[in-house]
Design a protein around this ligand. Structure first.
Ligand SMILES: [Fe+2]
Length: 397
């Protein structure tokens, strides 16, 4: 058993319609000049407008400058541009309202706005971050990344075609305001792909060498929530196409609440335990194809968990039991694991993807050297040529 400590640097407010009350409780942070980081879509504009209203109710004197993240995979140049604005306007708080890319961008801006060094100096390195990074209030609008509690910001260096991160405890937001109401109108594809990211965090942190009794407890709960709620959401969203927010079934709202809760729980595991191979292997796929993080993970996961069964048999079988599979249906060899997991993705979530289907043109041998970072938390990393094998098995027709 691993020894552990529990440390959560982020204060969390969770619940429907909780944003205004949470901001009132954090009133001391809502003053002076605030940078509001948000997305570029129509839905993001609506959320940004709501945030402006909430901020001015808390403090009408606060001055807010918007930065709209132009890329679904935020780039180093976006960070530089937003940080320049933050620095010029003497911003001392950043509020991020959006999905994982918006929150990750905000984290990097919190560093770049106070650092004398270019953000590129921290990208993909273990260089120590400045201690005076700007405080962040993170408000997620999708259930998936857990970025509101994690200490990583995943970015793309478009000049080099590399996706990697900056990491450090001071990147964890000071406050997370987690309001399921903000996720009710997220469309089907985004709900499924970001929702699968929750499952990926849960399974990877469960199988990680760094797992402990506390992280395993959170993983188990998150896996069972996703196993129950995400297929339910697929059916609800498909059946109510065109129906407005007011008509959403209470059971769908409950499933959204649970998914956002599970996403937040996995933010805790991201902060403490981290991930396994699929997250590292997705980064080159995201950089090459500009497909979503969840889509790349879905393409890689069946082959990975099939291989993981060879080194982590009992825990992989536990994953299937938490997902709701009865004892008789739990797979007993690696090929079966891969096939059943792919069936779950395709039939229950509608995201049975392959790397070729996502637009990958490179061979497994070309992709493998592009995987960066420390892979040791995954025991499978010791298997020779494992990256090539997983990429090959994920290619599809
Ligand atoms: Fe993730």
């Amino acid at each position: 058993m691993n020894n552990f400590k529990i440390e959560l640097p982020t204060k969390v407010y969770f619940g429907n319609n909780c944003v205004l009350d949470a901001l009132l409780s954090e009133k001391s942070r809502i003053n002076g000049h605030i940078l509001l980081v948000c997305g570029c879509s129509e839905a993001s504009a609506v959320n940004a407008e709501k945030m402006h209203t909430w901020i001015s109710s808390v403090n009408p004197d606060a001055i807010v400058t918007d930065y709209r993240n132009p890329h679904s995979n935020p780039r180093l140049d976006d960070v530089r541009e937003a940080a320049k604005q933050a620095w010029e306007k003497n911003v001392h708080t950043i509020i991020a309202i959006g999905g994982g890319s918006v929150m990750d961008l905000a984290k990097a801006v919190a560093v770049a706005a106070v650092s004398e060094e270019d953000i590129g100096a921290y990208f993909g390195t273990s260089k120590e971050l400045p201690e005076n990074t700007l405080p962040i209030i993170a408000v997620p609008t999708t259930a998936g990344t857990g970025s509101e509690l994690s200490k990583a910001a995943i970015l793309t260096d478009s000049a080099q075609g590399v996706k990697d991160g900056i990491r450090g405890a001071c990147l964890a937001p000071k406050v997370a305001i987690v309001d399921p109401e903000l996720t009710y109108t997220v469309p089907l594809k985004t709900t499924m792909e970001t929702g699968f990211d929750v499952l990926a965090h849960a399974v990877e942190s469960f199988l990680s060498r760094k797992a402990d009794l506390y992280s395993e407890m959170l993983s188990a709960r998150a896996i069972s929530i996703v196993g129950e709620s995400l297929p339910l959401l697929k059916r609800f969203i498909e059946s109510r196409e065109g129906i407005t927010e007011g008509d959403i079934d209470p059971s769908e709202k409950e499933a959204r609440e649970k998914m956002l809760f599970a996403s937040m729980l996995m933010g805790i595991n991201l902060y403490r335990t981290g991930n396994c191979l699929p997250h590292r292997m997705q980064y080159p796929i995201g950089a090459l194809t500009d497909t979503s993080h969840g889509a790349g993970l879905a393409a890689l996961f069946p082959a990975w968990i099939g291989r993981e069964f060879e080194v982590n048999r009992d825990k992989v079988q536990e994953v299937f039991s938490y997902l709701g599979y009865p004892a008789d249906d739990i797979p007993t060899d690696g090929r079966e694991v891969r096939k059943i997991f792919y069936g779950f993705l395709k039939n229950k979530l509608g995201i049975g993807y392959s790397l070729k289907g996502l637009g990958v043109k490179q061979s497994a041998e070309e992709l493998a050297p592009q995987v960066r970072g420390n892979l040791k938390s995954d025991i499978l990393s010791e298997t020779p040529d494992i990256l090539i094998k997983i990429y090959e098995e994920s290619m599809g027709e």
